[in-house]
Design a protein around this ligand. Structure first.
Ligand code: PLP
Length: 441
């Protein structure tokens, strides 16, 4: 079922992009642990290099194992094609740099993963690309920050620590009016949100998280929605509409027309991946495919467990504030209900009444939860962002992204709910946070 005649994620996760190896009958996707591929003859080699024929040349550019992952994630997101990379950070960098030249700018939500914040605030600046941060509470902030050199909007579907769902449709609509594509980091909401359906043009994931799901492999992926008219806004997108000197003057929007609306992702592969590198390794693609196959099932349990944990924490005497979309109201609840289907995600933030020191003791008292700098593992995880993931940000930057000193972040796994609540309960009590053995529900 390489062209899956279904839109059901449970089926796509198992079947899209692959149907048994024609040579061996292998049902599992083989790990093509090779750097290069034998050409049939010199004509074949020349046609591949000239892009007159698509095929494998060298694993920095493409690999058959990675190709299956790309097809499968593209199918799950409702996109036309994808490009897998060595990390989520590489995916973010490529997604933006595929459209930007020095002097251009990106308008981004302030609600971002700390690593993306650093990339945008500091590293892209080195290359002459300015990122303008705007508060997504008011979608019109994106319009206000846009000018003739704005190449894209960037945001996360379900950004931690605030866990305010991004107004995808509202900002995508502003972008379509002005000719600016919206790139969504959908890392924390696979399956439960499909940003392309709401008007986003590009989706990226850190596959390190829920997609891989087992804490084994760093990876990232960019999905081209095939739904943005790059030619209509020709002046805004010179990288796709002007002759490319590195490909004998090819204009990507014209050159790939016979292959479909894939100019953005093809240019990313043939130029950025060729020149900068950062491919996903075949072994990591294999492990990520293993994770992906059970993703729809895992997301159900992740979300169900998290909703129960959020409700339990909210009525715990030691806890001051709990952050989870299931507990929100007003406009944020409306956005959560509009964009998340089948669950509210498995990240939870909370603040202990007894403050930062109790938060630290709580983390150290956990017995089943792992204390790690990761999210989206099948196992439950916990961390204190102010001293770890967000520690390279200034106090003001931390506050802008919603990290207060006593904030604890949980990534709820798929264990039995009684064991999750039991571990939280004993850790709250051990931390002297005022927890008094509450019955696990
Ligand atoms: N996007 C989000 C939302 C993340 O949480 C992370 C990592 O934590 C990344 C991107 C970067 O991904 P990676 O660690 O795979 O480079």
């Amino acid at each position: 079922m390489t062209d899956a005649p279904t839109t059901h994620p449970e089926t796509l996760a198992l079947h899209a992009g692959w149907r048994a190896d024609p040579a061996t009958g292998s049902v599992a996707v083989p790990i093509h642990q090779t750097t290069s591929y034998q050409f049939q003859d010199t004509g074949h080699a020349a046609r591949l290099f000239a892009l007159q024929e698509l095929g494998n040349i060298y694993t920095r550019i493409m690999n058959p194992t990675v190709d299956v992952l790309e097809k499968r994630v593209a199918a799950l997101e409702g996109g036309v094609a994808a490009l897998a990379l060595g990390s989520g950070q590489a995916a973010t960098t490529f997604s933006v740099m595929n459209l930007c030249e020095a002097g251009d700018n990106v308008v981004s939500s302030t609600d971002l993963y700390g690593g993306t914040w650093n990339l945008f605030a500091n590293t892209l600046k080195q290359f002459g690309v300015e990122v303008r941060f705007v508060d997504p509470t008011d979608p019109e902030n994106f319009r206000r920050a846009t000018d003739a050199r704005t190449r894209c909007y960037y945001a996360e579907t379900l950004p931690n620590p605030k866990l305010n769902v991004f107004p995808i449709g509202e900002v995508a609509a502003i972008g379509r009016e002005l000719g600016v594509p919206l790139i969504m980091d959908n890392t924390a909401a696979p399956i439960i949100c499909q940003p392309l359906k709401h008007g986003a043009a590009v989706v990226m994931h850190s596959t390190t998280k829920w997609i891989g799901g087992h804490g084994t492999s760093i990876g990232g992926i960019v999905v081209d929605g095939g739904n943005f008219d790059w030619e209509r806004w020709g002046d805004r997108f010179p990288t796709l509409n002007k002759p490319d000197p590195s490909y004998h003057g090819a204009v990507w929007t014209q050159a790939v027309k016979p292959l479909g609306p894939i100019a953005y992702i093809i240019r990313m592969r043939t130029c950025l991946l060729r020149d900068i590198g950062a491919p996903m390794a075949p072994m990591n693609a294999f492990l990520t495919i293993q994770g992906l196959e059970t993703l729809p099932l895992r997301m159900e349990r992740h979300c169900a467990n998290a909703t129960k944990v959020a409700a339990w924490l909210a009525q715990h005497p030691a806890v001051d504030k709990v952050i989870h979309p299931s507990l929100q109201d007003g406009e944020m609840r409306r956005r959560a209900d509009a964009y998340l289907k089948g669950g509210h995600g498995s990240l939870i933030g909370f603040e202990l009444k007894a403050g930062a020191e109790a938060g630290r003791r709580f983390i150290e008292a956990l017995k089943m939860f792992y204390h790690v700098a990761n999210i989206g593992d099948a196992r439950s995880l916990a961390i204190h962002p102010a001293t770890t993931t967000h520690s390279q940000l200034s106090v003001d930057e931390q506050a802008a992204s919603g990290v207060t000193p006593g904030y604890v972040r949980l990534s709820i796994g798929i264990e039995h709910i009684e064991d999750i609540l039991g571990d939280l309960d004993q850790a709250l009590a051990a931390a002297g946070a005022g927890g008094a053995k509450m019955a696990a529900q």
